[in-house]
Design a protein around this ligand. Structure first.
Ligand SMILES: CC(=O)SCCNC(=O)CCNC(=O)[C@H](O)C(C)(C)COP(=O)(O)OP(=O)(O)OC[C@H]1O[C@@H](n2cnc3c(N)ncnc32)[C@H](O)[C@@H]1OP(=O)(O)O
Ligand SMILES: CC(C)C(=O)C(=O)O
Ligand SMILES: [Mg+2]
Length: 580
């Protein structure tokens, strides 16, 4: 069974009844991550994962949770039932409507009722296609037959026990407007409380959808007894814009998903629509939602974890780069005043509490950013000293994309400690596999031009190589931290970061890097050696214990990047010893 992410811990909001608000300025949020989101290729979740997400949707304060499609499988029936029984009965807190999806068919509706009726506020979300293309080719029914099925199935749902029924006209935007008004009028008469205009294939434009929604509102009989909802897909990248245009034209419920996941190119993204309404309230005529935006980041992360669908780095609101700055002019701006380039408050979306701008050092960075990072690392440089490091930094960025604190340390250290590394790699040869120990042969060259060769066995290729290096260098030391990550999925560039320490029994516990995923490959650090990060210091602060030294290496080969990282750290340690 997949591991479940921890539910975000927070106090459940007092029952605000926002989700039954009749305030015309209130926009209801229907989250369909667990139904349309799950329709994203690769997005399937287990029942346990779905309930974990549902719990967090409650904290987020969504009004309706579209929990799934109970007829689709016993697993999904079970998921919807668990969500309805638990999340749909949270006492003393925000209590969302729990919706189950169903085609316009008795068996789907019966199954939906069996799954969701345990919730205090169950809803049926039924739908049928209304465009010519769908009716003719898919349903093989004419318009009159489709209206009759829709009307009868809504009435049937009422008779089964559903009080709250929403009806979606699939492919609305390619349907005849007057036909839509007719079918919506019929289902409202039969008992539907919400009618959904669905841009199922994501073909609409913002300039078009507003007029479309307005037309439906003006021409549907009995529309005053229903809420108009909008469901937009992202095939043209316009799902959010269309959703907002729909709201401006009078839709008061929106169907959205966390991270915008969903069928094909996905759905409108909850976080983007909600933040647009919140941040540009003045343009949205004072409309508002009940979403507690400070849970957006945590919920987004949970959905990534549960679905395995990663968020692109530049994704609005929740992407890793959404609040990061790499170019010098922007970095200078945000360092002087965050508001220069950050218009959304990171605290508002629960990004972090430190509220410091995220400065990523790279090819386009400037002196202000470099100086600020150097200061954080404990180096206060100005004038020619700063210029000198800045020049080296720019040269480094031509060769290396991901500039770490380690690299910056190295730029400073190479200036103050040594011009050349004391030990450099001559060659490395490893043999490893599933039969017995790994072996490594390493040749190192020292600064005086001497060559040393050693071989060793180990519990993995990296362990073997490190032991061979230890045999050559003959300085008591310990590996206290080892991290590896892959920078580039296609070329699989391995970035290794290590920390070594003199082996005098008192190990300093700091971590030099912030980015890499923990990864151990057999060269296990000494027991008790790994600890918490105490900043970015690499070789200056002894903490009253043995000093530790960090190094990083980058290669397409994991063993080579590991050896480079180790040698850099070891060189620092040896240089420090020789200088003191
Ligand atoms: C736009 C949307 O997102 S709609 C929701 C899409 N989501 C899903 O499809 C996920 C869940 N789906 C499933 O697990 C399966 O498709 C099931 C269990 C619902 C149905 O599986 P099957 O019975 O094998 O049918 P299958 O999916 O192959 O075909 C769909 C059938 O439903 C019919 N159908 C499609 N929409 C509707 C509707 N709204 N109301 C009534 N019938 C419909 C189709 O015409 C077709 O009927 P046919 O067998 O008479 O040709
Ligand atoms: C079921 C409906 C609302 C849907 O997902 C769509 O039309 O895209
Ligand atoms: Mg959809």
């Amino acid at each position: 069974m997949a591991l479940l992410p921890a539910t975000i811990t927070a106090t459940v909001r007092p029952l605000s009844a926002l989700n039954s608000s009749n305030d015309p300025s209130y926009v209801r949020i229907l989250d369909t991550t667990l139904r349309d989101g799950e329709q994203a290729p690769g997005g399937a979740m287990t029942a346990e994962q779905k309930i974990a997400v549902a719990r967090n949707l409650v904290l987020l304060g969504v009004d309706v949770i579209d929990a799934g499609f109970p007829i689709s499988s016993p697993e999904d029936f079970n998921a919807v039932k668990l969500i309805a029984d638990e999340v749909g009965n949270m006492r003393g807190g925000h209590e969302p409507v729990i919706m189950a999806a169903a085609r316009c068919s008795k068996i789907d509706i019966d199954t939906a009722w069996a799954a969701v009726s345990g919730a205090r506020r169950p809803r049926l979300g039924t739908f049928i296609a209304t465009s010519e293309i769908h009716m003719k080719h898919k349903l093989k029914k004419n318009a009159d037959e489709v209206v009759a099925i829709a009307r009868e199935m809504v009435a049937y749902a009422r008779s089964v026990g559903f009080q709250d029924i929403s009806f979606a006209a699939e492919d609305s935007l390619r349907s005849d407007k007057d036909f839509l008004c007719r079918i919506f009028g019929e289902v409202i008469k039969a008992g539907a409380r919400t009618v959904i205009i669905a841009d199922t294939v994501g073909c609409s434009m913002p300039s078009e959808i507003g007029g479309f929604v307005a037309y439906i509102r003006d021409h549907t009989p009995g529309i005053e007894n229903a809420i108009v909802s909008i469901h937009c897909h992202n095939d043209l990248g316009l799902a959010n814009a269309n959703t907002l245009a729909g709201i401006e034209a009078g839709a008061r419920e929106v169907e959205v998903t966390i991270n915008g996941i969903g069928e094909r190119a996905g759905n409108a993204a909850l976080e983007e629509v909600v933040m647009a309404i919140k941040c540009r309230k003045e343009l949205m005529g004072g409309l508002y939602t009940g979403v507690n935006t400070k849970y957006l980041i945590a919920t987004s992360k949970m959905v990534v974890e549960c679905t395995g669908l990663n968020v692109q780095p530049h994704k609005a609101i929740v992407g890793a780069n959404a609040f990061s700055h790499e170019s010098g002019i922007h970095q200078d701006g945000v360092l002087k005043f965050k508001g220069t380039y950050e218009f959304i408050s990171r605290e508002d979306i629960g990004l972090d509490l430190t509220s410091e701008p995220s400065i990523v050092l790279g090819k386009l960075s400037g002196r202000h950013a470099l100086k600020s990072r150097l200061l954080k690392l404990g180096y206060d440089l100005d004038g020619t000293e700063l210029d000198d490091i800045f020049k080296k930094f720019k040269l480094l960025t031509a060769k290396k994309k991901n500039i770490t604190d380690d690299d910056i340390e190295e730029l400073v250290c190479s200036k103050s400690m040594q011009s050349e590394p004391i030990w450099s790699l001559g060659y490395l040869q490893v043999m490893h596999g599933t039969m017995g120990f790994s072996t490594a042969v390493v040749k190192l060259l020292n600064v005086d031009g001497q060559e040393r060769i050693a071989c060793s066995m180990g519990r993995g290729p990296v362990d073997a190589a490190y032991k061979a290096i230890d045999n050559i260098i003959q300085t008591p030391m310990k590996l206290v931290e080892y991290k590896n990550s892959f920078l580039d999925g296609i070329h699989a560039i391995s970035l290794t970061q290590v920390v070594v320490s003199e082996d005098n029994g008192n190990i300093s516990t700091h971590c030099p890097c912030t980015k890499a995923n923990g990864y151990s490959n057999g060269h296990a650090p000494s027991e008790g050696a790994i600890g918490h990060s105490n900043g970015n210091d690499s070789s200056k602060k002894a903490n009253g214990h043995a000093m530790s030294f960090s190094g990083s290496g980058e290669s397409t080969d994991l063993v080579v990047s590991s050896v480079e990282a180790y040698l850099r750290a070891v060189n620092r340690m040896v240089a420090k010893k020789e200088s003191s």
